[in-house]
Design a protein. Structure first.
Length: 84
């Protein structure tokens, strides 16, 4: 995944490694893993100070899920998620 992204970024700007300052993802190991995540590879190529962060919406989703399951029963959660 990183190789494809690096090629794309290189087509857009040959100096992307010196310009990219951060990336966001869902926090999955395939994206932010300590040794092999795509964002981790980008960080190795970027200048010092590069920042990895979890997507704000993903963090909000985790909080809402935990809150709903804490205060409501399984039937409520199943009905709520079944609406989508």
């Amino acid at each position: 995944m990183f190789e494809i992204l690096a090629k794309l970024l290189s087509v857009m700007d040959n100096n992307w490694k010196g310009k990219i300052i951060g990336a966001t993802s869902d926090g999955a190991a395939s994206m932010m893993g300590r040794y092999e995540g795509s964002v981790t590879y980008i960080q190795k190529e970027a200048r010092p100070g590069f920042v990895q962060v979890w997507c704000g919406l993903h963090q909000l989703d985790i909080v809402v899920r935990k809150t709903v399951t804490k205060f409501f029963d399984d039937n409520f959660y199943s009905t709520l998620t079944g609406l989508f």
